[in-house]
Design a protein around this ligand. Sequence first.
Ligand SMILES: Cc1ncc(C[n+]2csc(CCOP(=O)(O)OP(=O)(O)O)c2C)c(N)n1
Ligand code: SF4
Ligand SMILES: [Mg+2]
Length: 351
Amino acid sequence: MTYITKPRLHHPGLAENALGFTRRDYEGSVSTLCAGCGHDSISASIIQACYELALPPHRIAKLSGIGCSSKTPDYFVGAAHGFNTVHGRMPSVLTGANLANKDLIYLGVSGDGDSASIGIGQFVHLMRRNLPMIYIIEDNGVYGLTKGQFSATADIGSKLKTGVVNDLPAIDTCSLAIQLGATFVGRSFSGDKRQLLTMLKAAIAHKGTVMLDVISPCVTFNDHEGSTRSYKYMQDHEEPVNEVGFVPVFEEIDVEYDAGTTFDVTMHDGSSLRLRKLHEDYNPTDRAIAVKTLMEAHAKGEVLTGVFYIDTQKPAFTDLLNLVDEPLATLPQERTRPSKQVLEDIMGRLK
Ligand SMILES: Cc1ncc(C[n+]2csc(CCOP(=O)(O)OP(=O)(O)O)c2C)c(N)n1
Ligand code: SF4
Ligand SMILES: [Mg+2]
């Protein structure tokens, strides 16, 4: 890991963010994924969001499970802390890291296989805790790394290249996350750069569990006719419920808006998330409406995108635990261990 806490020397012509970092400072190793894989577009949006919000790279922790998607943290913010865990086990490792150092920004990257099959037990318990973190599912409907078997998010009736038809219903990770208690839930598409970037920036400003399911076509195993995770299918069936706007805390809100058509949310850090309604009567604070809308759209073959649910009032897991203000990881030994004298007293009483 290259640990950079201040900007590297760079060409004076390169654009810098508020901390003096260039976009290159947020890049990682060169990707080894297939050319055109949706996962690479998601990494590009993560790089852009971290750069634009001027996040100190060493204050980011990126964790993942196993899969092509889970390889991607190597391809963004090379100077961040990273942990590539076991298949489906990112949530428990991330929870431990978060409790040890609650001052970092936690990005968990997973796949639909990693989250909705082997990791589903860890996923459901993470969602009900509201741990501050951003959980990204790079959803291609298949196990890309192991050569394209259907995953549990594949739609019923969708077809593999070999002609095999999926006869099991899909798990909708967004409905599940909303029902379980995640406090910022949305879906985007790797090909919709503007929407994805805006949602990522708003996600970084949220204090609680953000669950973003990002449809991310696998060009090698699931981008053909008959697939519901192909670029073509998404172009024809994507249906945003709202147009997402984000104004970071350091920028002035200067655009007038019509309160009847726009839903404004003040985020924990004072920035503003603005959701312009595209679906009549859609209310992103009502869990029941969110789940019903998702189910109805799915039955019509539409892929809804946008912010489905948001709650900025529910306490975060780290607030419920009554932790000391300083991160546990940086507390000095005299505050984490009883002194020799205290230990001797205890041992004396046990004699
Ligand atoms: C314990 C364990 N079981 C099975 C595997 C094999 N395996 C590796 S990746 C993977 C699925 C990955 O699918 P997904 O999470 O959707 O990622 P993608 O490659 O599609 O991005 C499986 C089953 C493994 N590595 N470890
Ligand atoms: S196999 Fe699919 S998911 Fe994996 S890198 Fe290639 S295109 Fe991406
Ligand atoms: Mg997958």
